[in-house]
Design a protein around this ligand. Sequence first.
Ligand code: NDP
Length: 314
Amino acid sequence: MPKPLALVTRSDAATEAVWKEALSDALPEETILSFRDMSAEQRAEAELAIVANPDPADVAELPNIQWIHSLWAGVERLVAELGPGAAPIVRLVDPELARVMAEAVLAWTYYLHRDMPAYRTNQQKAEWAPLDYRHPRDVTIGLLGLGELGKASAERLKGAGFNVIGWSRSSKTVDGVETMSGDDGFDRILGTSDILVCLMPLTAETRGLLDARRLKQMKPGAAIINFARGPIIVNADLIAALDAKHLSHAVLDVFAQEPLPAASPFWAHPSVTVLPHISGPTDRFTAAGIVAANIRQWRQTGQLPKTVDLKAGY
Ligand code: NDP
């Protein structure tokens, strides 16, 4: 009889129960227990934690776990809160998540490309003012991050005819995409993108990366889409760049504090579109299937899927 697996979340009991059901359906041979219902003995027995934004103090009460499977793709909080001594962490890599994120990137790229914010404003003023159409091949979309989500987004944007360029930490080859890395690459992507899409993890290197100096380097009139993590952009610097009309618009799905507080200047800013962290929702069923396959592989071979580099933070 395999030892139990602990499901640790910060969700309410009902949300956690839905996850538990999906995981138990995908892994009928395993005993998956909600951390909150586990006895001290069961906690000591647990071999693996399946987590969604857990309280690190809860994870610390599972002294014998060999690894942690995150149900989320972004693990910056887990890495920061569990610290360098954490058990190996596996994050969610799900083609369905990449598909849905790429769809969102294309949707909000079109929103900016076809000037929807400007037409909305004009309608409010009863103003009939056609703007010039630009062919997608003449519009450069820059992707910051060419990982699972960035690559899928690049494919989708290319399919729609945009000129796509991308920047990553290590050099990458993506068919039909001009790729770059390093400081020179960063200068270039900032200076040439009409729409800059952020799909990088939040790490020590990326926190506050898009500050006043970097935003100034962006092409005048460019727009920005942040679907990654809020603290990658310095809020006050972004607002200053929008107020100065150096940047035309920002579509923000992620924030340092979520839900976005009512007092945030982003809510009422005419050049900001606020989204409530909806660009890449996890599909419970595909995610449960992927977690199940990873756990089965580990049971059968002892092999873990690719784990998070705790030093790099992603
Ligand atoms: P990956 O780890 O697959 O890819 C991350 C990419 O960012 C890689 O190309 C990596 O470079 C690059 N990168 C990391 N650090 C740097 C740096 N310092 N400078 C330049 N490039 C860097 O992550 P995913 O694509 O799966 O996810 C990206 C992020 O999206 C997640 O971390 C999460 O925060 C966010 N997310 C948001 C969701 C939402 O609903 N809004 C949903 C899911 C995820 P390299 O290739 O060289 O490693």
